[in-house]
Design a protein around this ligand. Structure first.
Ligand code: SF4
Length: 478
């Protein structure tokens, strides 16, 4: 079956990271501005909603709304967010769906003072935990697993927030990189498998910042950057940082390989490795594995650019731009007209005929998800005058859904779960098609162990729920 191609299918045909999180504790009293700029650097991790919560030592205040970071915040709504401790969040929905009620951080009042939580990841046992809370008589306002975590934490026993957190962590199964705001500090914690990234660094004013990606810490001028270790609780209190290993890191460390393939910004470090450098090596490895004689190597911008440079370097075939992307098309809140929707991929990309006419083209893309974009892109390049188009993908075929915070649809959405290589090539109408092998991808990373590759292999690092439509969770709760 040929996938439907229109504006919505093109926008949906990417992997979506669930969220970006940010936290700051500093001697300054205007950390909200710093959180804003940190979130701005994490915008690629979620474009549906953004929020900031700040505490002045007594009272916590929050502002959150649907939209891009730069749309949500204005000088007027940032001004009341005064205080030395703050956390922030950019959201793309997975568990719980979109909508203002699921925007983060979640802020609640507890007997121990204010508690706000921002989460990147996805708990695989959220459904059970939610049922337990409801059975205990808790009222829930949202459908997100983050609210479940917040309420569990609020009601846990223990002398300090760190103690309450340490007691609660073992109930949570799955991916969580959390930043937590309480009245006088920011606390960061990462699940023992280490699925999603979280790093901490020292600010120029002596305070500390924690963020999903190191690019946000670099934006704020941080030094002494290190990862929050899997299972570690890190407390930031103005110029003090304390670290406590609360859970033994999982023997099966399970970092998400897709942070390298697509999600993370190329100027971030993941597992101490440059994302940009790994992407270039993926391109080099792809050229070794699936060379084809051609005239030009062209990336699908932007995430495939480093891999195309690597492919070109390894193969000796010239690199050039062949597609120009409108970077903001998926982020508009103005609904396109039917006519514009039908233009599909052309709404997002234009070809450069002067670089493609009469050429045999190797087109480099990072992944094939639903398969709705690749075919129209191949056609766009042919229409611009290319004589051959060979599609090369810098990751293995995605055949299984992610349960750890990445929205890639369900088994029946994933085109490589239904079709073999020959059939895929016929659907996208390329002259040839090849994927990077799993071994090749991991050799480009330079690690044999310690990574989750479940969406390629179907081997999940933790037990995942039986197939359940994503929206069944929402329907139960609506
Ligand atoms: S299943 Fe895929 S996308 Fe999800 S955490 Fe594992 S590698 Fe990352």
């Amino acid at each position: 079956m040929i996938p439907e191609h229109n504006f919505d299918s093109v926008i949906a045909d990417r992997l979506h990271e669930e969220c970006g999180v940010m936290g700051i504790s500093s001697p300054a009293e205007d950390v909200a501005q710093m959180v804003f700029f940190g979130l701005f650097a994490l915008q690629h991790r979620g474009q549906e909603a953004a929020g900031i919560a700040v505490s002045d030592g007594v009272q916590a205040r929050i502002y959150k709304a649907d939209g891009l970071v730069s749309h949500v915040f204005t000088p007027a709504n940032l001004a009341p967010l005064r205080g030395s401790n703050g956390i922030g969040h950019t959201r793309y929905s997975t568990t719980g769906g979109s909508g203002a009620r699921n925007a983060q951080p979640f802020l609640v009042e507890t007997v121990h003072g204010p508690l706000a939580v921002a989460h990147n990841g996805n708990l695989v046992n959220a459904h059970e935990l939610r049922s337990e809370l409801l059975a205990k008589g808790f009222g829930l306002t949202a459908s997100s697993d983050t609210e479940v975590m917040t309420l569990m934490l609020a009601s846990a026993g223990g002398a300090t927030w760190e103690d309450r957190l340490a007691r609660t962590l073992s109930s949570w199964t799955g991916a969580y990189s959390l930043v937590i705001l309480v009245e006088d500090r920011v606390i960061a914690v990462r699940d023992p498998w280490g699925f999603r990234p979280l790093s901490v660094g020292k600010l120029p004013d002596g305070g500390f910042a924690v963020a999903s990606e190191t690019c946000a810490l670099s934006t704020l001028g941080c030094t002494e950057i290190s990862e929050v270790a899997p299972g570690e609780i890190v407390t930031l209190r103005e110029t003090e940082m304390t670290r406590r290993q609360a859970l033994v890191p999982s023997v099966k460390s399970s970092r998400c390989t897709f942070e390298f393939v697509y999600f993370s910004r190329p100027d971030s470090l993941w597992d101490g490795l440059s994302v940009h450098g790994v992407r270039q090596r993926m391109g080099e490895q792809l050229a070794r594995e699936s060379f084809v004689d051609a005239d030009v190597v062209v990336p699908v911008p932007d995430s495939s650019i480093p891999a195309a440079v690597g492919f070109s370097r390894q193969s000796g075939i010239e690199y050039n731009d062949g597609l120009i992307k409108n970077r903001y098309i998926g982020r508009t809140f103005i609904e396109p007209t039917t006519l514009m929707r039908e233009r599909g991929v052309a709404m997002k990309f234009n070809a450069l005929p002067e670089n493609l006419r009469g050429k045999r083209v190797i087109l480099i893309d990072d992944s094939l998800v639903r398969g709705t974009t690749a075919g129209p892109l191949v056609q766009l390049i042919r229409d611009a005058g290319a004589t051959e188009v060979h599609l090369r993908i810098t990751s293995p075929p995605i055949k299984h859904p992610c349960h750890f915070g990445v929205d890639m649809g369900h088994d029946d959405d994933l085109i490589a779960a239904r079709l073999n290589l020959e059939e895929l090539c016929a659907v996208v109408k390329a002259d040839s098609l090849a994927f990077l092998t799993l071994d090749g991808m991991m050799s480009a990373v330079g690690r044999k162990e310690g990574y989750c590759n479940a969406c390629f292999t179907g081997i999940y690092p933790v037990e995942v729920p039986a197939p359940r439509r994503k929206d069944s969770f929402e329907q139960v709760l609506a």
